[in-house]
Design a protein around this ligand. Structure first.
Ligand SMILES: [Zn+2]
Length: 312
């Protein structure tokens, strides 16, 4: 069982959390920071520790065993999805009215405290948020809330002001290395202190992409092939590489840009290549229909011009 002691590379969050014990846990804790920096596993460890009968996440008491089976009735984890307010009469599970009418209004089943975790607090819809805010303004003695969010600014000031913010930061490479066992400096650099992309760099797609980029840098025909390959990979295709992890198409293309930058860094025309890739990455996230083929078209056109311009 994970404990708070296992938290690596998150000194501030670890110290803050270790100060809270069942008697003094604030009604709302907001874990915020970049994806892949351990917010969710820290939240779970924190809850486990505080539900454990001896307060150490011992792993063997009845409470710990329930937690490990995912059956502890006093640990309610909402799904990583939009949270609605729910029907007034008959609210569906994991809506706010369901939470308030069928859970929060009762005392916990086992111990003194109940924990409610929202792994994507930014996806609590407006009405739902208003209803929840009322509860947070007069929090019940027996329930504690944990919100997880990649950026504090995604929450309304009224919500922020109700909670204690627990900051998570990008981790030093040495911590990432300790957690994952990864020692390749290139991969550690591309991870940039977060575990979010780790499954990508473990997949065959990373090696395939990197190899194709290296080939593309060496010959115009291979560069054309790289462009064709990139266009042939739609979201479904990409997701087959990661059954466990749901990267968006944009994220994969973003990683493609990162690897391009990495490969450009040793090229004699690296400054020009960097400009081209930055320009591509900068426009990538603008949600304009038909933009993507245009951007990749321009990217490859520019790469071709710089990589293989005639020497005379
Ligand atoms: Zn225990």
């Amino acid at each position: 069982m994970k404990t708070l002691v296992d938290m690596k590379g998150q000194k501030i969050a670890g110290e803050m959390l270790s100060r809270y014990h069942s008697g003094n846990i604030p009604p709302l804790l907001i874990f915020h920071g970049p994806d892949g920096t351990g917010k969710w596993s820290a939240a779970e460890a924190f809850v486990h520790q505080n539900l454990c009968d001896v307060g150490t996440a011992c792993g063997s008491c009845p409470s710990c065993r329930k937690v490990m089976r995912g059956e502890h009735a006093d640990f309610i984890q909402f799904p990583e999805a939009k949270t609605a307010i729910g029907d007034e009469e008959d609210p569906a599970p994991f809506t706010i009215r369901w939470l308030l009418q069928t859970r929060i209004c009762f005392t916990p089943f086992d111990g003194e405290l109940r924990f409610v975790l929202f792994p994507r607090a930014d996806l609590i819809l407006n009405e739902a948020e208003t209803a929840l805010l009322k509860t947070l303004e007069e929090p019940p003695d027996h329930s504690r809330f944990i919100f997880i969010v990649s950026d504090l600014e995604l929450l309304k000031p009224t919500v922020q002001s109700r909670g204690i913010a627990i900051p998570f930061q990008r981790m030093p490479d040495i911590s990432v290395s300790e957690i994952t066992g990864e020692t390749n400096p290139e991969i550690l650099e591309l991870l940039g202190g977060s575990l979010h992309l780790y499954p990508f760099f473990q997949s065959s797609l990373y090696h395939e992409m990197k190899e194709k980029i290296q080939e593309g840098f060496s010959h115009p025909m291979s560069l054309l092939e790289l462009e064709k390959w990139l266009h042939s990979q739609d979201k479904k295709h990409f997701s087959e590489y990661f059954p466990e992890k749901d990267y968006s198409y944009d994220e994969i293309i973003d990683i493609f840009g990162m690897i391009l930058l990495k490969e450009s860094s040793t090229h004699p025309s690296r400054n020009e290549l960097n400009e081209i890739v930055f320009d591509f990455k900068k426009n990538l996230h603008r949600d304009v229909p038909g933009l993507f083929p245009y951007l990749t078209g321009r990217l490859f056109h520019n790469l071709m011009a710089v990589l293989f311009r005639s020497k005379n």
